[in-house]
Design a protein around this ligand. Sequence first.
Ligand code: 6GU
Length: 226
Amino acid sequence: MKIDIISVIPDLLQSPFAHSIMKRARDKNLLEVNVINLRDYTTYARAQVDDYAFGGGAGMVMMIEPLVNAIESLQKTTTYDDVIFLTPDGKTFNQQMANSFSLKNNLLMICGHYKGIDERVREHFITKEISIGDYVLSGGELAAAVLVDAIGRLIPGVLNDETSALTDSFQDNLLAPPVYTRPVDFRGWKVPDVLLSGNHKLIEEWRHTEAINRTKERRPDIMDAD
Ligand code: 6GU
């Protein structure tokens, strides 16, 4: 999969994909991430990409021309499955959306800044508008990093143990059960006996029960989700 990201602060998007599972995905050529500097596509002086909002009011708006220049230039060589605008008024991102994006070939993400982007870009180029939660970030970059991470790890072949994504929290509308590792006894705080029993059927039953109890207690809202 290739993910292109248009940003006015490309530096913000270097480290998030340079480590751990994202690094492995890129090293294995299962994921390609390119960060495009919007300022390379402006025709205005001093690399200007934003301007005052018509009608007045505080806050700048990202101008249509640099964005359309960048999008159309990228579209000359790539057909995107989706052009995603990261914005707090978008649809809230979730695991189902991550699953479905992980099966795409090419995604273009656009990081919003200031008071947003000229509405005409949204009307004519954006196919999906996504938020990562009900709070406001300074810009879409961190949200884009969240999407790339959540999507990238689901690309077939990225995780070592293919089944491990299946036991993630949210994958089956259940939170993940508790996990333990050595030592068996720390200050008298013991690992549950069942996990040491070697009885895989019992262990699976215990994990499923724990997952259900934990979900009922912490996130009853996701249990009845589709
Ligand atoms: Cl995608 N962008 C910004 N600026 N703030 C957000 C967000 C996105 N999602 C939640 N808050």
